[in-house]
Write a protein that binds this ligand. Structure first.
Ligand SMILES: Cc1cc2nc3c(=O)[nH]c(=O)nc-3n(C[C@H](O)[C@H](O)[C@H](O)COP(=O)(O)OP(=O)(O)OC[C@H]3O[C@@H](n4cnc5c(N)ncnc54)[C@H](O)[C@@H]3O)c2cc1C
Length: 385
């Protein structure tokens, strides 16, 4: 089998395929972990009371198990539990969605009033009408280390990985596939496309998917006061719905400063043309959010990074066979919330590539949902089911 793209998803799939004893060739245009795609910037949130949809909860629970297995296998710390806060108006999508998932799946959680939140975490300044859903299992994944670990474990189990070898195109060859790079041509029975922000280019005209690549800015600030309250023992990860459907999120200070970012609201781009410089407006936008909600974090700017989301219109993932070529599986566009799932997507994709039936409901991630919504000419459709 061939895996194109060895970032978060591809590295995990390569590992799970190799662990099943499958012969696997992985190809990447760069040498992951790298800074050009979607899986860099030191930290990613993992959380269980999933506001996007309760269907994600069983998946993230399996992802937690697989991250723990990978930690055991590699002897590396890949996940740090800090607890998590989803903060916003009680009827906003974030708080109401997190509560719905927590209640449906009977997850341990607490709802804190604005006053309780301030008392427990004095660095936060919620508005009087805001509440927080606190969940204990949320925490931080280390994306570069996780990708590197999946790749190393894949190689240990016999995967052959070729870096700095961009795939130029692929084509069906009977019931299999043929893949063309600048330096070689490879044939296989099955193909996984996990090229992240480059997926649309690799699919070309073979599947007309409404994907968009969105520039995202990450910023690290030195706390200007209460530095000890930003330490991971005292500060959970958090997502904040600061206006209807508008979010920023952040992490405790792990030694590099307090990392904060706006979720979405970035400019649409192409991965090869993305502006890498962070401009003054973007810094000031973040500072004004910090002054409003997290004043002690508004200190010296320490560093910035630019990264890419690959979005679907409904912000759910795609994990499905190519609509015209069942020997090709697509696993990538994760709309800015996929990293935590990469361990379980690795396992599921390996099952799907072996034509077996996974034990999870993946209907949320079907590839043909866009064809249906376009036919109905009604734009992005919310998930029904
Ligand atoms: C700023 C930011 C913050 C995020 N925060 C979170 C979070 O807190 N929690 C969370 O769960 N998720 C988060 N996400 C989402 C998550 O990081 C992504 O969903 C995930 O990393 C995407 O992985 P991927 O494998 O699809 O893409 P990538 O990791 O980018 O991998 C794609 C790979 O394909 C390779 N490739 C592309 N084209 C070719 C080609 N032609 N030939 C060969 N190789 C090719 C690339 O070089 C790359 O290595 C965030 C994303 C960003 C950008």
């Amino acid at each position: 089998m061939i895996v194109i793209g060895l970032g978060a998803m591809g590295s995990a799939v390569a590992y799970h395929l190799a662990a099943k004893g499958t012969r696997v060739l992985g190809l990447d245009r760069y040498h992951p972990p790298h800074q050009f795609g979607s899986s860099h910037g030191l930290t990613r949130i993992i959380r269980e009371a999933y506001f996007e949809h309760p269907s994600y909860v069983p998946l993230v629970q399996r992802a937690y198990q697989l991250w723990a297995d990978l930690e055991k296998l590699s002897g590396r710390k890949l996940l740090r539990q800090t607890g998590g806060l989803m903060i916003g108006p009680p009827d906003g999508v974030l708080v109401s969605g997190a509560r719905r998932s927590a209640e449906e799946h009977r997850l341990l959680h607490q709802v804190l009033s604005s006053t309780e939140l301030r008392a427990r975490y004095p660095i936060f300044s919620p508005e009087a009408n805001m509440v927080a859903v606190w969940e204990p299992r949320a925490g931080i994944l280390f994306p570069e280390l996780a990708v590197q670990t999946h790749l190393e474990q894949a190689v240990k189990r016999g995967a052959s990985l070729r870096f700095n070898e961009p795939v130029l195109r692929w084509e069906p060859e009977g019931e299999g596939v043929r893949v063309f790079t600048a330096t070689g041509t490879y044939s296989a029975r099955r193909l996984l496309l996990s090229a992240g922000a480059w997926l649309g280019a690799l699919l070309g005209a073979s599947a007309d998917l409404p994907l968009s690549a969105e520039r995202q800015v990450l910023l690290w600030f030195e706390p200007r006061s209460q530095a000890e309250q930003f330490q991971p023992e005292n500060c959970p990860i958090y997502i904040w719905e600061y206006a209807p459907h508008r979010f920023f999120y952040g992490f405790p200070d792990l030694g590099d400063g307090v990392k904060v970012a706006v979720h979405h609201e970035g400019q649409l781009t192409e991965p090869e043309k993305i502006p890498r410089e962070v401009n003054e407006d973007e810094i000031q936008t973040m500072r004004s959010l910090l002054r409003r909600f997290l004043p002690p974090a508004d200190g010296v700017l320490k560093s910035t990074v630019v990264c890419i989301y690959t979005n679907t219109p409904d912000e759910h993932f795609i994990l499905d066979y190519h609509p015209a070529h069942p020997q090709v599986l697509v696993a990538s566009p994760c709309s800015g919330h996929g990293f935590k799932f990469s361990s379980v997507i690795g396992e599921l994709a390996a099952i799907l590539l072996a034509n077996q039936k996974p034990s999870f409901d993946l209907s949320l991630f079907r590839i043909n949902r866009f064809a249906r919504s376009r036919a109905a000419d009604s734009g992005p459709q919310p998930f029904q089911g």
